[in-house]
Design a protein around this ligand. Sequence first.
Ligand code: SAM
Length: 232
Amino acid sequence: MRIDVLTIFPEYLAPLRESLVGKAITDSLIGVRVHDLRDFTTDRHRTVDDSPYGGGPGMVMKADVWGAALDSLATPDTILIVPTPAGRPFSQQLAQQLSIAHHLVFACGRYEGIDQRVADEAATRMPVLELSIGDYVLAGGEVAVLVMVEAIARLIPGVLGNPESAVQDSFGAASPGLLEHPSYTRPVNYRGHEVPAVLLSGNHAEIARWRHSQSVERTRERRPDLLPDTEN
Ligand code: SAM
């Protein structure tokens, strides 16, 4: 998979070189390039924003600059992802679907966001996903891109040391729509808190049943919206 990120703050994406995604880059499982949007401006001041039509606070990112940037990166395989709090919710299911894509381009907005015509025009020639990472407003799309790239990259075959991890995770295929059960490691007693005895029993069927019930219980408590009406 190739990933291109367009931003006015390229340094913000430096963490992509670390940890799991960094290793996937080193292992050539993914290729990541970060581009400075200002390189696609044509004026002396490298301007990327202008005041909004119709008035109102803040500035809007200019369509022509974004258009030139996307033209330089688009291939027949490109999926354009535009992070925005006004987008569809990003999810594990979407991360799974995107993990088999060939080329993702992420467009990091700033200020009041990007002129809507950028996504609208791009959608006439490539798939475009306007995606939100949650119901709150960040100052820019860079952090949202870090979140999405990490969620997608760990699902690419070969990136996780043990692919079973992703299956067992919250929202994973082992328990779709459920949060993961709690996990424990040594010591058996931590400040008076014991590891649940069933996990020491060696009875794998019993352990699997206990974990599933813990998943359901946790989900009911913390995220009842995830459960079908019958389990609620
Ligand atoms: N005026 C916009 C609105 O209310 O929908 C918010 C713009 S926000 C200050 C600037 C940029 O941050 C957005 O263009 C987007 O790239 C990013 N952003 C902010 N919150 C986000 C979220 N919850 N999910 C994804 N991207 C977000």
